[in-house]
Structure formats: C-alpha cells, structure tokens
Design a binder for this molecule. Structure first.
Ligand SMILES: [Zn+2]
Length: 89
C-alpha cells in the first residue's frame, strides 16, 4: 500500500495571523443560482480559524467592514444623484 502526502494548499499551513491556531476550510452554501439546465446551489470554500472565538470576532469585523463599505457606496450614489440634479434642474 502506498502512502502519499496529500498536498494541501500552502495557505492552510500558515497559522492564524490573529491567534496562531490552525486554519481549516469550510464549505459555505449561498443560495441557488439559475442555470440553463435548471438551478444549482452556489457553494464556495472559506478558510476559517479553528478557534471559534477568534473566528467570531473576525466575522464581526468583516460584517462591520462590509456595512461601512456599503454606507460609503450609498453616499457616493447619493452624491451622484445630487450632482445630476444640479446639472439638470
Ligand atoms: Zn485565529
């Protein structure tokens, strides 16, 4: 019987930059998408920390960042709209 090293992606070998714990890959399912042959589940892999507390904090910060970016985007849209109104009274 042959034993082979299963090659892992190198980023998995690096410990968590926040707490030093091991990282792991999880599959996240994100709704369904329409395809030509019907619908398919959208699934993607995410690298997470095996330390639950660390991962929770990371997700909270990520959420915050996404919300902030969304706010900035909305502000920009607003400015654009106002700019248009100035050009076309
Ligand atoms: Zn961590």
């Amino acid at each position: 019987m042959l034993f082979r090293m299963i090659s892992k992606p190198s980023y998995l070998d690096q410990p968590c930059e926040r707490c030093g714990n091991k990282k792991t890959i999880i599959k996240v399912r994100k709704g369904r998408t329409q395809t030509l042959s019907g619908s398919a589940a959208i699934e993607y892999s995410q690298i997470v920390c095996t330390n639950n507390e660390c991962q929770k904090q990371f997700e909270m910060k990520l959420e915050e960042r996404i919300q902030k970016e969304e706010l900035v985007r909305l502000k920009r849209e607003e400015n654009k709209q106002q700019g248009k109104q100035k050009v076309n009274p």
